[in-house]
Ligand binder design. Structure first.
Ligand SMILES: *[C@@H]1O[C@H](CO)[C@@H](O)[C@H](O)[C@H]1NC(C)=O
Ligand SMILES: *[C@@H]1O[C@H](CO)[C@@H](O)[C@H](O)[C@H]1NC(C)=O
Ligand SMILES: *[C@@H]1O[C@H](CO)[C@@H](O)[C@H](O)[C@H]1NC(C)=O
Ligand SMILES: *[C@@H]1O[C@H](CO)[C@@H](O)[C@H](O)[C@H]1NC(C)=O
Ligand SMILES: *[C@@H]1O[C@H](CO)[C@@H](O)[C@H](O)[C@H]1NC(C)=O
Length: 481
């Protein structure tokens, strides 16, 4: 399962949480709010947030002014600690993984993965759901998403899964699922990766029609450079799905050029920079820092790395600073400024995720916004002593410092524990049983050899191996799987 465009909202050090019926008051903490007029972050110290139902009804600079009214794929975890993108494609990706999963494995893996994200402070998920291999795996993935209680754009991937269950059959199932959706938090969306490989085929035209008719969010993967994986903004525009109010989230958008970036700006569509994935697998993101005004942050295959947006923000901030400083250093000069602020990293992790899914009411603490809140323990060993709350979160906090997570005004994590904790014990046991069985199959499968060319025809190239021990060729050592 790949995820992109996730986001979280953040509150710091809230000392008191009062709850009565559906109204909740979080008070006595520092709030990183959003000023809708100036479009800037606004820090409120010792303030409070009042939630009624699923909305923020007041954000105040007074600690306690109100009377509270009465009233997927995650099973592969640690199996790919040193994979490349090409390895990933031939060993773990959608159609390779398909035979390993029963609908039950899929359900429990999806649920465990979403709990992992919610515990880590992710309040909205766009899931590029690759697990649409059969009608039963598709239904299981959607059911797990709804059951999880997450705010979710579950993007059904239209792909050539098998001769019997091709794209026309998948579109028919999508329509049936759409007709029976009753959840307020989970929305059916669309994922498609064949805009370039099959630009005028009947399948692509049918998917484009569905996007236009249903106005459902589209997500796709765009990775160019030597990878040649297509789905550029230009290719999406050509089939008429980019220039409308229907949101499009382009994952990675690695090697975006001036034309593509301009098209995203003029159509107000967003990319999802999955910083950790792009560094881990080697697809890179050489130009993404030049289009941050149309960017959000995302998490990729979290079997191999972290699932939280905070880590993405920190990695993206520091690696981008490195990239930009390098330019000055390369001119034999000493950097005179810092190029990229913690406030910008914070906005990418929160508000820009909301904008990417076309929602001004997500990713911000502001009047009328959805009450999606993350509460950090400001007296944790890592954060103790902060004065700038934005810097405290972006540079010092860890996921372990998150005490509460609320989505749509409902606690999902409270006092450091998932709210469904007892139920979660059972999910863990079922998940581990599936994971052990599937991991065994993978352990018994030889690693792929990357010789000759990548699937798009580009030749594989030599990668220098690094050593942390003295001597020639001490290399990786074993993977402990
Ligand atoms: C926060 O404000 C309340 C009153 O609104 C006050 O009693 C309390 O001492 C303040 N706390 C801090 C840390 O300033
Ligand atoms: C899926 O397979 C069918 C039959 O082989 C083919 O006509 C169609 O173009 C394929 N679709 C995509 C998106 O590759
Ligand atoms: C969805 O929201 C509506 C209106 O806010 C509410 O009446 C309904 O009970 C909600 N449904 C679910 C499944 O939460
Ligand atoms: C997008 O559509 C608007 C009108 O709906 C048009 O003015 C604009 O030129 C279009 N942009 C592109 C890039 O096609
Ligand atoms: C990963 O490490 C294993 C040894 O544990 C090695 O056999 C494999 O070739 C490595 N993979 C890559 C892509 O370097």
């Amino acid at each position: 399962m790949q995820r992109s465009g996730s986001l979280s909202q953040i509150v710091l050090v809230l000392y008191h949480v009062a709850i009565a019926a559906c109204a909740k008051l979080l008070s006595g903490g520092t709030i990183i709010a959003f000023d809708q007029e100036t479009e800037e972050l606004k820090v409120i110290r010792n303030g409070s947030v009042l939630i009624d139902g699923d909305r923020i009804v007041s954000v105040s600079d007074i600690a306690s002014p109100f009377d509270v009214p009465a009233g997927g794929r995650t099973v592969f975890k640690t199996m790919g600690s040193n994979t490349t993108l090409a390895d990933y494609g031939s060993r773990y990706s959608a159609l390779v993984a398909a035979p390993l999963f029963t609908p039950d494995d899929l359900y429990i893996s999806q649920l465990a993965g979403i709990y992992e994200a919610m515990a880590a402070g992710v309040t909205t998920i766009v899931d590029h759901a690759h697990h649409t291999w059969t009608p039963d795996t598709s239904a299981a993935g959607l059911r797990a998403s709804v059951d999880s209680g997450a705010r979710m754009y579950w993007a059904y991937t239209f792909q050539n899964s098998s001769a019997e269950f091709g794209i026309p059959e998948q579109i028919a199932q999508w329509k049936e699922l759409a007709a029976s959706m009753t959840s307020n938090l989970t929305q059916l969306a669309i994922a498609y990766d064949d805009f370039t490989t099959n630009p005028t085929g009947a399948d692509t035209l049918a998917v484009a029609d569905l996007i236009r008719e249903s106005k459902s969010l589209l997500t796709t993967h765009h990775v160019e450079g030597p990878w040649l994986l297509g789905n550029s903004p230009e290719d999406l525009h050509r089939v008429g799905v980019l220039n409308s109010s229907t949101p499009v989230v382009i994952a990675h958008a690695a090697f975006l050029d001036v034309r593509g970036a301009g098209l995203l700006r003029s159509t107000n569509q967003h990319i999802s920079i999955t910083a950790e994935s792009e560094m881990h697998y080697g697809h890179l993101h050489p130009t993404s820092h030049l289009i941050m005004d149309q960017a959000s942050l995302g998490v990729d295959t979290h079997m191999t790395f972290s699932t939280d947006i905070l880590t993405q923000a920190r990695l993206w901030l520091q690696s981008t600073r490195y990239r930009v400083y390098q330019n000055t250093i390369d001119r034999f000069q000493v950097p005179a400024q810092n190029p990229f602020s913690v406030n910008q990293a914070f906005l990418l992790a929160t508000r820009n995720g909301g904008l990417a899914v076309g929602r001004k009411d997500l990713g911000v603490i502001a009047l009328g916004a959805q009450a999606d809140l993350v509460v950090w323990e400001g007296r944790s060993p890592g954060m103790l002593g902060w004065t700038d709350p934005v810097a405290a979160v972006i540079l010092h906090a860890s996921v372990g410092d998150i005490t509460h997570v609320l989505i749509g005004g409902t606690f999902k994590k409270r006092d450091g524990r998932l709210v469904d904790a007892r139920y979660y014990d059972e999910v863990q046991d079922r998940f581990l049983a599936s994971a052990r069985r599937i991991q065994k199959v993978l352990k018994d499968t030889p690693l792929p050899s990357q010789e000759g060319s990548f699937l798009t025809g580009t030749p594989y190239g030599y990668v220098m191996q690094l050593d942390a021990k003295r001597g020639e060729g001490t290399g990786y050592g074993p993977s402990f799987v």
